[in-house]
Design a protein around this ligand. Sequence first.
Ligand code: SF4
Ligand code: SF4
Length: 271
Amino acid sequence: MENKIIKKKANVDERYCVACGRCEKECPFSAISIYKGIISKVDINKCVGCGKCAKACPANAIEIKPIEVSDSKNKINVKKKIKNKKHWSDYMWIVSTLYLVLGLFNILFAWLGLLCFLIPLLISIFGGGKKYCNKYCGRGQILNILGNKFKLSRNKSMPKFLKGKYFRVGFLIFFLAMFLNMLFITYLVFNNTNSLREVITLFWIFKLPWNFIDYSYVTPWVVQFAFGFYSMMLTSTLLGVITMIFCKPNSWCVYCPMGTMTQGISIIKNK
Ligand code: SF4
Ligand code: SF4
């Protein structure tokens, strides 16, 4: 008869996991991974219950619990940590930083941000789950560096309502409404109904005039879109920085509209 023993293992609360992939990155034994962009799953035969994943999880969705496992399957060499080799995708934070800085000098760079909208959506639509969030999101990497390397994060759990489904979906709807509003303003400029407004709007309220470059050589609606889009990108980055400071480094990933959308698409695709 097989012997059973009690061991501590990671356990994921499916109600709160947003499939951000932070745990997968942190685990030294490759014992946790993202399943089809929907949720993270633990391989209990590899997990040693070290708790690194739980500490990093921005949604506090992991608990380390004692569970009964078969003795024969639990021969884990804890010394045999897997060293995470650096990959080119680990440097996407440089691209995101450049994007934010260049946009301040020439707003037309804002157009490049459309890639951060389209690529994650296309990846999830074509069955890649949340690979963009998990591997290529430069903004997530910036927040992780600021929070962990520069120790700017208080590393506290985020309030429960912020990680709940209603808030996440509500924020996604709000964000999409703001995006449509921005497209409408661009359309009014295209239509010559409105004139070009060279302002960056932070948090959809605070207006920063930013017109030290002459854009008269560019079609006005192109510039209007750039101002609107850059405002959204800067606002969402600042929201990420604020939640990084007060909660855990990657707390933004919990309610990021792109993350909510791509997880939703992955769930629908795998139904
Ligand atoms: S929310 Fe992110 S870090 Fe937490 S369990 Fe899910 S994938 Fe892992
Ligand atoms: S508890 Fe440690 S070994 Fe287990 S999944 Fe989390 S990080 Fe990996």
